[in-house]
Design a protein around this ligand. Structure first.
Ligand code: 13P
Length: 293
């Protein structure tokens, strides 16, 4: 079983001791189906020097499967050469729930761990929409990832039609309940959930900061309802916003009290642009810490 990253675990321990916890925002770059292994290596060499000294924020790169070992090696090299204060983790974009077997084209959780991953995105709306992934499959993947020590980034979010029909809250409630079904409180507390309204993904249309904060508050409430009498679970789970986050609108989301970072698609493909987003997240985290949020 792989060791999970230390920052959230430490924060959860603080919670147990009665110390108010501060959730560490996570900026995750979902590269989707972009970048070859050699392009990925160039990206990491350009990116690491730009974010090396950031504090109060965690960063994750989620490249395509074929880039994972290249990015893992480049991250190790970068840490060794210059040292980084900020934690830069590696994540995959999907996982299958079986440990091994005749499942052509699928990738098992143990393979991701061996390739150097700490995170895995599960239930992205593009997988739900284009590949027919169901709530039940998302839950199976979440359980498989957790049982191998991977930290899931679970995506939830409503479509434009659901939003126009006034069903946004109901949809994210259902997806959240289904994704977390059967998880222990400790497993749930370590999760990352990304609220990604489908109508905002890759469209240049984004939710307002206030709207994102409101829906993320609902997701946190659902997590609280799933673990009655254990408020630390909902307080610990990190919930990001995703959907057309760019350097010119990121501060609006990252400054919201319920929003714990961002899951970024298009704007994570350029190392300079993604570094700017990480910088903005670090500034927002410092402001939150100062104001005690
Ligand atoms: P964009 O940032 O390109 O809208 O993509 C968001 C997303 O789907 C991240 O997972």
């Amino acid at each position: 079983m792989a060791t999970l990253l230390t920052v959230p675990a430490k924060a959860i321990r603080q919670e147990e001791k009665g110390v108010r916890r501060l959730r560490v925002p996570l900026l995750a770059g979902n590269w989707k189906m972009y970048k070859t292994p050699s392009q990925a290596a160039q990206y990491v060499s350009a990116f690491l020097p730009l974010i090396r000294t950031l504090t109060g924020v965690e960063v994750a790169l989620c490249p395509p499967f074929v880039d994972l070992t290249t990015v893992a090696a480049a991250l190790r090299r970068g840490r060794g050469e210059r040292g980084t204060e900020v934690s830069v983790a590696l994540g995959a974009q999907d996982v299958f729930w079986e440990d091994e077997g005749a499942f052509t084209g699928e990738v098992a959780p143990g393979m991701l761990v061996d390739a150097g991953c700490q995170y895995v995105i599960i239930g992205h709306s593009e997988r739900r929409q284009y590949f027919g992934e169901t709530d039940e499959q998302v839950n199976r993947k979440v359980k498989a990832a957790l049982s191998h020590g991977l930290r899931p980034i679970i995506c939830v979010g409503e479509s434009l039609a659901q939003r126009e029909a006034g069903q946004s809250d109901e949809v994210v409630r259902r997806q959240t309940r289904a994704a977390l079904a059967g998880l222990t409180p400790d497993q749930a507390a370590g999760l990352v959930i990304a609220y990604e309204p489908i109508w905002a993904i890759g469209t240049g249309r984004n939710a307002t900061g206030e709207e994102a904060n409101r829906v993320i508050g609902i997701i946190r409430q659902v997590v609280g309802e799933l673990y009655p009498g254990q408020p630390q679970v909902a307080q610990s789970v990190r919930i990001q916003y995703g959907g057309s986050v760019k350097p010119n609108n990121a501060a609006e989301f990252l400054g919201q009290p319920e929003v714990d970072g961002a899951l970024v698609g298009g704007a994570s493909l350029d190392p300079q642009g993604f570094a700017t987003l990480c910088q903005l997240a670090a500034e927002a985290a410092a402001d939150r810490a100062r104001s005690g949020q």
